[in-house]
Design a protein around this ligand. Structure first.
Ligand SMILES: NC(=O)c1ccc[n+]([C@@H]2O[C@H](COP(=O)([O-])OP(=O)(O)OC[C@H]3O[C@@H](n4cnc5c(N)ncnc54)[C@H](O)[C@@H]3O)[C@@H](O)[C@H]2O)c1
Length: 283
């Protein structure tokens, strides 16, 4: 099946990145959020990103204009009645995602594929609400989407081979490296990364070192490009906490209990880069 028209729901850092790369690939994209204002913010962010690419000489002004012309701000989800694929990139909350897929199921014809960019929520469980479990799949892009090569393609219990092949082909068209993984809490990347971030927050709260000290140890000692606390700020501390909560709830394993300091940071609105302050401050 060929994917030419796409609805992206959620115009935050991931949804806008997905919309940008899809438009650069030649897809027609509708971008929706809770309101037109939020969707427009996503389009503005894409325009800024593309302008930066032009300034760096990585793309031409014409390519930028062409990509932007393929993205439309959607006031609601009605664009879903005339697309091939919906990619969901809203808040990492299982009940909010389930509610959205129930609504989308009543708008989108049954042949439309639904993909979730979730970091941790069960694909099989969300597929149940979608009315099309065989055409439901995880398409887990990495942050920032235009830069990071990997896409975890997550098969739910009922995902068909045809759906999986279609999404693997699309990821390749978008210049990504797809890896097919099974539906298991937090899949592969976050199963490894999120416990490391949580442990770094415990180390910080126990006074083992400063945020800079912990990140420097990991960067220079493990040769990671970014320390775990800086990575948490990039992901968003609210999203990190939600992923840990899903891992803890799904497995019952106490090794995934979120560090109390992480909870306090989220309660204080220190969400990382997106709020201007997390473990570090951003201007
Ligand atoms: N941040 C990361 O590094 C990262 C990486 C991979 C995947 N993800 C996943 O991508 C998803 C989005 O994360 P993000 O970092 O872009 O978050 P974000 O906070 O930047 O954006 C979320 C967007 O969803 C919108 N939204 C919330 N509820 C909605 C609803 N009911 N309907 C429509 N829109 C709604 C919000 O208004 C917001 O614009 C999450 O599932 C997250 O786990 C995040």
């Amino acid at each position: 099946m060929s994917i030419d028209r796409l609805l992206v729901v959620g115009a935050g850092q991931m949804g806008s990145g997905i919309a940008q790369v899809a438009a650069q690939t030649g897809l027609e994209v509708a971008l929706a959020d809770v309101s037109m204002d939020y969707a427009q913010k996503g389009v503005d962010r894409i325009a800024r990103n593309l302008t930066r690419q032009v300034e760096k000489g990585r793309m031409t002004e014409e390519d930028k204009t062409r990509a932007l012309s393929r993205i439309k701000c959607a006031p609601d989800y009605s664009a879903g009645s005339d697309v091939d694929l919906v990619i969901e990139a809203i808040v990492e909350d299982p009940s909010v995602k389930s509610k959205l897929f129930t609504e989308l199921a009543s708008i989108c014809p049954p042949e439309v594929i639904f993909a979730s960019n979730t970091s941790s929520v069960s694909i099989t469980a969300m597929a149940r609400d979608s009315g099309r479990p065989e055409r439901f799949i995880g398409m887990h892009f990495m942050n920032p989407v235009p830069v990071m090569k990997l896409v975890e393609v997550v098969r739910g219990l009922a995902t068909s081979d045809e759906t999986c092949n279609t999404i693997v082909d699309l990821a390749k068209r978008m210049g990504k490296k797809p890896v097919v993984v099974a539906d298991s809490p937090a899949f592969v990347v976050n199963r490894l990364a999120i416990p490391m971030i949580n442990e770094a927050v415990f180390a910080l709260s126990e006074g083992v070192s400063t945020a800079e000290g912990i990140d420097t140890c990991v960067k220079l000692g493990l040769n990671h490009p970014m320390g775990p606390l800086a990575l948490a700020d990039l992901i968003g501390l609210d999203t990190v906490l939600s992923i840990l909560e899903v891992m803890f709830t799904e497995t019952g394993d106490p090794k995934y209990r979120p560090c109390p300091l992480l909870r306090r940071m989220v309660a204080a609105g220190r969400l990382g880069r997106k709020s201007g302050r997390g473990f570090y401050e951003y201007s």
